[in-house]
Design a protein around this ligand. Sequence first.
Ligand SMILES: Cc1ncc(COP(=O)(O)O)c(C=O)c1O
Length: 396
Amino acid sequence: MSQFSELIKKEKQFVIQTYSRYPVALKKGDGVYVWDLNNKKYLDFLSGITVNNLGYNHKQIGKVIKESVGDLIHTSNLFYLKPQLRLAEKLSKCTNKGKVFFANSGAEANEAAIKFARAYGNQFKKARKKIITLKNSFHGRTLATIFATGQKKYQKGFQPKVGNYIYADANNITKIKKFLKDDVAAVLIELIQGEGGVNKLDPDFVRFLYSECKKKKILFMVDEIQTGYGRTGKLFAFQHYNIVPDVITMAKAMANGFPMGAMVVKKEVAGLFKPGMHASTFGGGYLISAVAEKVLDIINNKKFLKDVRVISEYFHKKLLAIEKKYDFVLQCKGMGLMYGLKMKCNCSKVVQDLLKQGLITNCVQNNVLRFLPPLIIQKKHVDEAVEKIDSVFFSL
Ligand SMILES: Cc1ncc(COP(=O)(O)O)c(C=O)c1O
């Protein structure tokens, strides 16, 4: 039996079958490329679903890991952790000047935000018990976050419902207006819905919602788990909209592959969470925080983000040409280095065909072919990817 067949057998036998995996086992990565067990090389245009924003085997990240391992890996949050506090200060300064809670994943960051919204809503004389999210959103796989997610397919089989959510239509001011009452504690939105099909929210809709939330003392919470850390060409997507959210959640790319999540809450209300109200054993651990600080230093840099915007424009132009060339491509969506090609057909086969050609992508909502390349890609990588896309599309 080949090494790969053995892996498939083991996975079936010992792992709970929640994932449909690609027929590939990867063994190493460097820059924007990864290699499988047979040494086949792949250009990664998915970045571990926007986690490896700095690519693989990044020298500066590797150096921090090596140095920190020699100091401490973990101590718990019963102690003051120097790298965690340095990171918290930097995150505060580049977001809403608020205070940070550290978690280990996107769902956990959103759980913290949902708990925070409840604490916030419960302090009103007439408790505010509702949270508004958007249809087609995605906020994670824990019980609270699947019900915050405005897609039934993630909730199916997991009733009874946890939480009191209203699912509003994205980009529909008239409809959402009706929900913005004094029984609402918070609104939680993604500015570009990633899993929902790479749907960008209209600036008018976002600014209306933001100003209504301010007027009505509703917490304005933005899920930047997919859109944060340079993905859209700015450090955070909210910076494109000229708004400053009350609560920002982030995860994925924070430590370029190590699990980390965070919630940043504006100073005026952050004190609502008191000792004992929320916690995480691993959250903001010593080594991970040191790594995350380095990631933030690299990405939160004018030149780095400008380069992302420049390459993004180049990639966008190429994708628009593909959209024009093939009738079955309905629309090119997204911004920064977060793009989707909406197809007439299901795109799972296209993803597999591209994989055979050595390009890693994925498919969301059955018909959106999604690209989330590392932010360090260069023109030659875009050319290589587009060539592969063109050749697979040509043979469809
Ligand atoms: C917008 C958004 N929120 C939350 C999550 C959940 O993050 P995690 O898988 O780290 O729990 C994701 C994951 O894809 C996401 O895209």
